[in-house]
Design a protein around this ligand. Sequence first.
Ligand SMILES: [Fe+2]
Ligand SMILES: [Fe+2]
Length: 182
Amino acid sequence: MGMVVEHIREDHEHITKSLGILQKIFMKSERSAIINKIDLSECIRFNAIFTGLCHKEKEETILFKKLAKKGNGIIRSEIDSLSAEHKLCRTYIKNLQDLFPEDPYELISPRFITCVVGYINQMESHIEKENKNLFPIIEHYLTDTEQERVCEQFNEYEEYVMEACASKYIKSNIDYLIRKYS
Ligand SMILES: [Fe+2]
Ligand SMILES: [Fe+2]
């Protein structure tokens, strides 16, 4: 497995963990009807900052741009389809942020729950699609040197976003929550 695939695969694992926590927050609360809003809010924050601002931007502005330069039609159509899905995921995240109740005593709305379910399904199928279709493209079209450069840019960008959003511990928080909910 090349460096770029390994980097993206690790990101996908973290995102998948956060989706699992989201599911469990609602499953655990089913009987008590009390949702842990602090944990819920941390999962939404993770998906807004890590998934939306960091991971998807790394793919689009660094990786897809590099792949597009290869001028291959198959790559182009795959990138277009994945970018369209990124747009959809961004809409879901924006809705989740807008629908999140600010008042701690306010109940979670059915619209919010529908949006959470839609987001989880969309993200799971997007990750599956990238693992299946994008990974072989990366391995086939990017040389080791190109992959090394892409990874350097990934790391620089991630550091910049985490610093700008004061989110240095965002991944460790998800690791903590996965232990709490497993
Ligand atoms: Fe993606
Ligand atoms: Fe991805």
